[in-house]
Design a protein around this ligand. Structure first.
Ligand code: GLY
Length: 372
């Protein structure tokens, strides 16, 4: 018997797509040996299109702005469907600079955003400390970006698993080895527990997606990120209310508030499928975080972890058909998986209903550029 839709991977993208597809009446099976783990579990949970913006990535900024606007309604709907909170935090973000080179870089970001009609408030160090008293004296200036939000990624993953199961999605704890086809049409999957037939397969396997079918080769690569979780201790300064992003002598660091503490991130390296946490990574994150928020020295170091962001060649996600009929992908979200989950699932639902893939995120854009 052939399953109508198999979703490969139960990270934030796979779970969101599975929930939405099952709610829309599709027969959905989700394959993952450890749902809600991997990069989605490690993530900081920023929903930050503006403070992740880079000149030249305007399409990603537009997509991210649409996604962050969709988040409050998405979180409310998910919370109701799951019977538990989705974990959205709406306190906003400040991005701060220490040295003069860091200030110049943030001024450049503010100028870039102003040219795009997205002016952000520039604040002095004193103004920033009025907003976030935990910021240290090395913070010389920065930007207030109230529209960049955050989500408790672990609450989110829990809510998504419950919502998907309640909507009728079935979870199978097998590891997928390959997507199978007959030359023109998907036929199913080979897993560590045998073969499964499927009419359509949606690959949401993050950094591992590229190895599952020849049509996906080279479309996604692993981009390692180390992340720390800190617990507030009695007597220590409280965590900031907002997400604090910082440049410290050119190095980026962020602190995302969580109940009872902070998530600190993140390093970024391209070292293949390596999820070992390094001494240097932990040292850099703690040193830079302490320059910005000196109180963290009194916190407990609760957890160190590394995740693999799924990087795509142009930093835009891949959402749409690729290769044989019936093979769809939703991957390549790089640093923005949490942010882009709602709009990704909307695009997938549209595809399942017979719609076409939006051009900027259509995976075939990359295959086409290889041919020219
Ligand atoms: N979105 C933040 C990161 O990937 O580290």
């Amino acid at each position: 018997m052939s399953i109508e839709l198999i979703v490969v991977g139960a990270g934030v993208i796979g779970l969101t797509c599975a929930w939405r597809a099952a709610s829309a009446g599709h027969d959905v099976v989700v394959l993952d040996p450890a749902p809600g783990s991997g990069a989605s579990w490690v993530a900081g949970g920023m929903l930050a299109p503006v403070t992740e913006a880079w000149p030249g990535e305007e399409t990603l900024l537009e997509l991210g702005l649409a996604a962050v606007a969709a988040w409050p309604a998405f979180a409310e709907e998910l919370g109701a469907a799951a019977g538990r909170p989705a974990g959205l935090r709406t306190e906003g973000t400040v991005v701060v600079a220490t040295g003069s080179g860091d200030r110049a870089e943030l001024d450049g970001l503010a100028d870039h955003l102003a040219r795009l009609g997205r002016a952000v408030d520039r604040l002095s160090g004193r103004e920033l400390r009025r907003l976030e008293p935990g910021l240290g004296p090395d913070v010389r200036g920065g930007l207030s970006v109230p529209g960049d939000l955050a989500v408790d990624n672990r609450q989110l993953l829990d809510a998504l698993q419950h919502a998907a199961a309640r909507a009728g999605a079935r979870f199978v704890g097998a590891t997928v080895r390959a997507v199978l086809d007959d030359g023109s049409q998907v036929t199913g999957l080979r897993t560590d527990e045998g073969e499964l037939g499927a009419e359509r397969v949606l690959v949401c396997a993050g950094a591992h997606s590229a190895g599952l079918h020849p049509a996906l080769a080279g479309l996604v690569r692993p981009v390692k990120g180390e992340v720390l979780r800190l617990g507030h201790r009695a007597g220590a300064l409280p965590p900031p209310t907002r997400t604090v992003r910082a440049l410290v002598d050119g190095r980026p660091v962020y602190a995302v508030p969580r109940d009872g503490g902070l998530v600190l991130g993140a390093t970024q390296y391209e070292t293949g499928f390596d999820t070992e946490v390094t001494v240097g990574g932990v040292r850099d994150l703690l040193r830079d975080a302490e320059r910005v928020l000196p109180g963290v020295a009194e916190y407990a170091l609760l957890e160190t972890a590394a995740g693999l962001r799924p990087g795509s060649p142009d930093n835009l996600p891949l959402i749409g058909p690729v290769g044989p009929d019936g093979l769809l992908v939703a991957t390549g979200h790089h640093r923005n998986g949490m942010l882009l989950a709602p709009v990704t699932a909307d695009a997938v639902l549209d595809l399942l209903a017979g719609g076409s893939a939006p051009a900027p995120t259509d995976p075939r854009r990359l295959r086409r550029s290889e041919c020219t």
